[in-house]
Each structure stands twice: as structure tokens, then as C-alpha cells.
Design a protein around this ligand. Structure first.
Ligand code: HEC
Length: 180
């Protein structure tokens, strides 16, 4: 009986041992799987980067001036009220603080010149405003609603044209001189 008990006890100890060993193995496997999963996810996130705000590629596409992506049109094209609002937004958001009262340039480049470093199409200008640009242009995409960005684009595209709302009084004003 005693022997049986002993046997029984050692038997159960062995099963206990085994069960712990199995649990240990399962635990280790789970840990490695998890770690591998995290690592993979981490790599994935790193290769993806943060999701774009506007869906438009940032900056000029290297190597080519021709876009391979569809260029969205300004939904406010030809909308006079939106153009006026664009002018107001330009002042309200203090774009004028860096780009000059009429976009003629200051700490930021002139927006009244024909050359736009990051492209002059509506989509390019939208992208510049939404994503920001490397040399000191903040990104507005998370702060300014899409519609307001399109109104700003409309205003910027109207500069130096007869459609420009509230234009500088004289063509010779400092605002007309490109900043750099
Ligand atoms: C803190 C200063 C600052 C403010 C505020 C600012 N900008 Fe800029 N912006 C810059 C600078 C500097 C650049 C040039 C960036 C570069 O060359 O990489 C720039 C570039 C741009 C460009 C691209 C110009 C090009 O040549 O392609 C556009 C368009 C633009 N800004 C529009 C705006 C609008 C609209 C606002 C307001 C919502 C605004 N910016 C507010 C400093 C500013």
C-alpha cells in the first residue's frame, strides 16, 4: 500500500513535472510568436510611415516632372465666394505672417511669382499646404479642414490675376517683389 502510495505520489509528481514542462514550452513558444509578431508589425509600420493626410504624394516626384498620379481638381473652381473666403483664411491662419500680406514673400517664399518650387498645379499647392514642406513650411492637414485648404489654393492660384480679391494697391508695392 505504501509502495503503491509512493508510486502514486511519484507518478503524480512526474505528471505535474511534465505538465509544467509543457506549459513552459507553450509559454516560450507564445512569447517567441508574440515577439516575432511585434517585430514584424514594427517593421511594417516603419516601412509604411505615417498615413498621408491628403492622399497626394509629398513633394515633387524625383526624376520626373510628369505626375503618374491623378491630379484632383479644386472643387471650388470658379466659385467667387470661396475665393473671398480663401483670402480671409490666408490672413486668419497667418499664412501672411510668413508669406507676406498679399503672399509677396517674407520669411516664406513669395507665392506671387510664376515659379513654385513644389509645383503650381492646384493639387501641388494643396499638397504643399496639407503636408508642409521641408524648409520651414508647417503642415496644416491635421488642423485645417480640406475645404478650407482648397479655398486657400483657389486664392493662391488667383494671385497676380484679375480675379485676385483685395489685390495690392500698386504693382510696385514691396509685396510684388519675390522674396528670394
Ligand atoms: C512659419 C512660417 C510659415 C507659415 C505660417 C506658412 N508658411 Fe508656407 N512656406 C513657408 C516656407 C519657409 C516655405 C518654403 C518651404 C520649402 O522651400 O521647403 C513655404 C512654402 C509654401 C508653399 C510652397 C511654395 C512653393 O514654392 O512651392 C505654399 C503653397 C505655401 N507655403 C502656402 C502657405 C499657406 C496657404 C499658409 C497658411 C495656411 C502657409 N504657407 C503658412 C513658411 C510658412
Amino acid at each position: 500500500m505504501a509502495a503503491f502510495r509512493y508510486h502514486h505520489a511519484s507518478e503524480s509528481a512526474r505528471t505535474m513535472n511534465q505538465s509544467w514542462r509543457i506549459r513552459g514550452i507553450i509559454g516560450a513558444a507564445a512569447f517567441f510568436l508574440l515577439a516575432a509578431g511585434c517585430h514584424k508589425q514594427h517593421l511594417h509600420a516603419a516601412s509604411m510611415g505615417a498615413p498621408p493626410v491628403s492622399g497626394i504624394p509629398v513633394g515633387p516626384v524625383p526624376g520626373s516632372l510628369h505626375n503618374t498620379w491623378p491630379m484632383p481638381a479644386n472643387p471650388y473652381q470658379g466659385n467667387a465666394a470661396a475665393l473671398m473666403q480663401g483670402r480671409q483664411l490666408f490672413v486668419q491662419f497667418n499664412c501672411s505672417g510668413c508669406h507676406g500680406g498679399h503672399g509677396g514673400g517674407g520669411m516664406g517664399p513669395s507665392l506671387r511669382r510664376s515659379y513654385f518650387r513644389y509645383g503650381h498645379s492646384s493639387a501641388h499647392i494643396y499638397s504643399s499646404i496639407s503636408e508642409g514642406r521641408g524648409k520651414g513650411m508647417p503642415s496644416w492637414g491635421t488642423k485645417v479642414p480640406r475645404n478650407d485648404i482648397w479655398k486657400l489654393v483657389l486664392y493662391i492660384k488667383s494671385l497676380r490675376t484679375p480675379r485676385e480679391p483685395d489685390p495690392p494697391l500698386m504693382p510696385g508695392q514691396p509685396q510684388m517683389v519675390p522674396a528670394r
